[in-house]
Design a protein around this ligand. Structure first.
Ligand SMILES: O=C(CO)COP(=O)(O)O
Length: 252
């Protein structure tokens, strides 16, 4: 049984005060974590404040990225060891914005995945796909390659805990979400890739999310797919009311 995961990615939005207010406001409004798990990935600078405000401890607080070394002379970077020590369970790795604006390569992403596991956290690994690649039919090997590269050298024991998100970049922040069929197709492809690398059993236990313009009015259609186990929402996770609605997608 894969417990659905409704995750938000705040990107570079909000201030520490706004982050605290959001967490205070949603206390008591989320589903039980054994029914629907909820998480918000936020800038490292907010995390301690968010943890402190998260009294009912239902929401998981995650990071948006971290470095692949545990510590050292890497000015400005975030240590995965420090994140783990704070009590952070999830870190997004390989978001398309990191790939595009910060030149993160498959190799860097693979090292980050390993660092996140080494430090006892779970990576939410993002796979991207451009419209050009979709239209040229290149989509399949692009997604397969990203998943394979991210997991190079990762043991089955660790890979069984991973979360993967299919986030077509043409759907991110565009207001155009993938159709329910396109989301299912991308998530299915990721699961098949995991089955090819590891095993059917492992692939069947891993949660695969869809991300790209997910909103309260389209989440139910996306979530009814067999291979879509949750969402990674950007814009609609910034508003308390819409994040709580996403978490209660079953009653929308
Ligand atoms: O990038 C995303 C989540 O990681 C999706 O962002 P939007 O929901 O704003 O399209």
């Amino acid at each position: 049984m894969r417990i659905p995961l409704i995750a938000g990615n705040w990107k570079m939005n909000k201030t520490v005060q706004e982050a605290r207010q959001f967490i205070e406001d949603i206390q008591g409004q989320l589903p039980a974590a054994d029914q629907v798990e909820t998480a918000i990935a936020a800038p490292a600078l907010f995390l301690q404040t968010m943890l402190d405000a998260n009294h009912d401890d239902v929401l998981k607080i995650g990071a948006e990225t971290c470095y692949y070394e545990d510590e050292g002379a890497f000015t400005g970077e975030t240590s995965p060891r420090a994140l783990h020590q704070m009590g952070i369970p999830y870190t997004i790795v390989g978001h398309s914005e990191r790939r595009r604006y910060f030149n993160e390569t498959d190799d860097v992403i693979n090292r980050k995945v390993q660092a996140v596991f080494r430090n006892g956290m779970t990576p939410i690994v993002c796979c991207d796909e451009t419209m050009g690649r979709r239209e040229s039919g290149e989509k399949i090997h692009w997604v397969v390659n990203q998943v394979s590269a991210a997991l190079k050298g990762v043991s089955a024991e660790d890979a069984a805990k991973i979360v993967v998100a299919y986030e077509p970049s043409w759907a991110i922040g565009s207001g155009t979400t993938a159709s329910s069929d396109q989301a299912e197709e991308g998530c299915y492809l990721i699961r098949q890739t995991l089955a090819d690398i590891y095993s059917d059993d492992l692939a069947n236990g891993v949660r695969v999310l869809y991300g790209g313009s997910v909103k309260p009015d389209n989440i139910a259609g996306l979530m009814k797919n067999d291979n879509v186990d949750g969402v990674l929402a950007g814009g609609s996770s910034l508003d308390e009311k819409s994040f709580v609605q996403l978490a209660h997608y079953q009653s929308l």
